[in-house]
Design a protein around this ligand. Structure first.
Ligand code: C2E
Ligand code: MG
Ligand code: MG
Ligand code: MG
Length: 292
């Protein structure tokens, strides 16, 4: 209340700020209840091997429709969770739900599709994360090597004192680490050299105009060379058109994700895609052909 009062008196943010704060607080209560009641879902988006057209990995993405507040976008849901003490609850819910779904998918034992899960900034900095993960692995009988933790570049680099220790602890569990939204954040080359990072997820903003903007294409070429030299896998986010895909492949980027292939789908729909792949189909191969 003190905080609100101060903002009120200091003026400029009056209209925008205060109602928004109240709204977020209310949404956080609805969120807590919906976590407890299991009233959220996770959808799954394929990450595609751009050489074969096969599903290479699967990213878990929260979907929350609140009866009271409607559809809340997942980034905002996690910001609210981080702000109002629900970070551990919500991250745990997604990790547990996604690991369980993954264990339910009938996969080819040789294919080893990875599951990719985003970790919110507050959760990333809590010592609890490693315990939480071990706990979920134990309860869902999940192999840690099949999990990729997506941490945004900014979250990882904002706390450079803590990040090496956090990442070592996570790596000791056997999981992989990806830097998400890469290219927009704070990394310097020396950080990439020193930290145990397995994958870079190239931010969508570099892919959006890659077929029209030479500078974007040069940038992605450099990032791709960097990833190759440092033995990291590069995933291009936000591939929406055939032209973007062709350019990304010309550059040599090995993995991609985007609406051109599929948006995030339900666990059941993902099961269907995986079944087709297990039967030998290269699901997205048609997109890779020259004049598709
Ligand atoms: P992100 O991790 O970078 O996820 C990629 C976002 O891009 C997803 O949005 C996905 O649906 C969207 N996307 C995928 N392909 C395309 C495309 O071709 N074009 C466009 N325009 N968008 C595409 P979404 O699901 O709305 O999630 C937004 C962000 O919210 C995520 O960004 C992530 O930061 C956060 N988030 C979502 N689910 C979770 C979660 O379970 N845990 C945590 N901690 N964060 C989550
Ligand atoms: Mg992500
Ligand atoms: Mg991203
Ligand atoms: Mg993003």
């Amino acid at each position: 209340a003190m905080y609100h009062a101060k903002r009120l008196r200091s003026g400029t943010h009056y209209r925008l700020f205060t109602p928004d704060m109240r709204w977020r607080k209310r949404v956080s209560r609805a969120l807590r209840n919906d976590i407890i009641d299991n009233n959220l879902t996770v959808h799954y988006q394929p990450i595609v091997d751009l050489k074969t057209g096969k599903i290479y990995a699967i990213e878990a993405l929260l979907r929350w429709y609140s009866k009271k507040y409607g559809y809340i976008n997942p980034l905002e849901a996690f910001q609210i969770a981080d702000q109002y003490g629900l970070s551990e609850m919500l991250n745990h819910w997604v990790i547990y739900t996604a690991c369980k779904a993954y264990r339910g998918w009938h996969q080819d034992s040789e294919s080893n599709i990875c599951l990719s899960i985003n970790i919110s900034p507050v959760m990333y900095r809590q010592n609890q994360l490693a315990n939480l993960l071990s706990d979920v692995f134990h309860h869902t009988n999940f192999q840690p090597e099949n999990l990729v933790l997506e941490i945004t570049e900014n979250t990882a680099m904002q706390d450079l004192e803590a990040t090496p220790g956090i990442m070592q602890t996570l790596k000791a569990l056997g999981v992989q680490i990806a830097l998400d939204d890469f290219g927009t954040g704070l990394s310097s080359l020396s950080h990439l050299r020193e930290l145990p990072i397995d994958k870079l997820k190239l931010d969508r903003s570099f892919v959006k105009e890659i077929d029209q903007d030479e500078k974007d294409a040069y940038f992605v070429e450099c990032i791709n060379a960097l990833a190759t030299k440092f033995d990291m896998q590069l995933v291009a986010e936000g591939i929406e058109t055939k032209a973007m895909l062709d350019k990304i492949r010309d550059i040599g980027c090995a993995y991609g994700q985007g609406y051109l292939f599929d948006k995030a789908v339900t666990a059941q729909e993902m099961q269907n895609l995986i079944s087709r792949q297990v039967m030998g189909e290269n699901i997205y191969q048609a997109h890779l052909e020259k004049n598709h």
